[in-house]
Design a protein. Structure first.
Length: 296
């Protein structure tokens, strides 16, 4: 199986797993909230419902981003992942606002909680399922570098904190500290909002064609300089689109070199980078030494 096909398989599985997890947790939290009346559980329910909507958006965006390049999108459809990340951030912001409003209302008008045992059981289930999903998402991000799955993982990581906070609030409420339920809900709302800001920053970096890290760019240049016959390289440019990296650079070669030999060295430069970074699509332009910057 090719690298691209393996990445596509992992991305489809990760998005489907996230959607299924969100829907199952939303159903279980709805039952627990109905029985207990907990604001923290309502926060968890609201978050899971929005998680489901965000994960559905993510699933559709990832499927679209995996479409091959066509005449209208010569660089592929990978930036749909970053757009999905922005959509997820919007869902998360709405979630944070709803949770915060409910928390403030319950803080001002406290009510006793009921069926705490059911709520605790549901939150333990939520913690276990969220941890399993995060483990799989971490694996997919490590293999594919997907922006959409990383954004999904960020808000499920906030869910892990959310679920732990709800569990603690329910346990403490059993000892008579019921106001902590509302306070935990408000605190979690602020954390969810901060997660949305992180997702916006990352998605914005992709949409604005931010360069890869200086360490990666320097390593790519070193790989090229190590090729026998290559005198150097300059004007390395990089950007990310979905799981693909696009790399352009100028190769510095002797002006008297035959065209066929120059072509072979350009191909060698492309292969040197793509063998180390399989997700990279490399375009190399050959420059004679006498026109390169700083040549004397």
């Amino acid at each position: 199986m090719s690298i691209n096909a393996e990445h596509a398989r992992l991305l489809r599985r990760a998005t489907s797993a996230a959607l299924a997890t969100a829907m199952l947790l939303a159903l279980s939290k709805a039952v627990a909230w109905w029985l207990s009346g907990s604001v923290s559980l309502l926060a968890g329910l609201t978050d899971s419902l929005l998680d489901g909507a965000a994960s559905l958006l993510n699933l559709l965006a990832v499927h679209y981003s995996l479409r091959p390049a066509d005449d209208d999108h010569r660089y592929g459809h990978g930036k749909a992942e970053a757009l999905a990340g922005l959509g997820q951030a919007a869902f998360i912001c709405v979630s944070a606002i709803l949770v915060g409003v409910q928390g403030v209302d319950r803080l001002l008008h406290p009510q006793p909680l009921g069926a705490q045992g059911v709520g605790i059981a549901v939150m333990l289930l939520s913690l276990a399922m969220t941890a399993l999903l995060l483990g799989y998402q971490r694996h997919v991000v490590k293999v594919t570098g997907s922006t959409a799955i990383r954004a999904d993982s960020l808000h499920y990581r906030s869910d892990l904190l959310l679920n732990a906070g709800i569990l603690l609030a329910l346990v403490l409420a059993g000892f008579g500290w019921e106001r902590l339920d509302a306070l935990f809900g408000i605190g979690i709302a602020f954390y969810i909002l901060w997660s949305a800001v992180s997702i916006v920053r990352e998605a914005g970096a992709v949409l604005m064609d931010t360069e890869l890290s200086p360490e990666i760019s320097e390593h790519m240049q070193q790989l090229v300089r190590d090729i026998p016959g290559v005198h150097g390289c300059h004007d390395l440019r990089t950007r990310i689109s979905g799981t693909r990296w696009f790399v352009q650079l100028h190769l510095e070669l002797p002006g008297e070199l035959p065209l066929s030999r120059a072509h072979d060295l350009c191909v060698a430069a492309e292969e040197a980078i793509s063998s180390r970074y399989p997700q990279a699509e490399v375009l190399v332009h050959a420059d004679p030494l006498e026109v390169t910057p700083g040549y004397r």
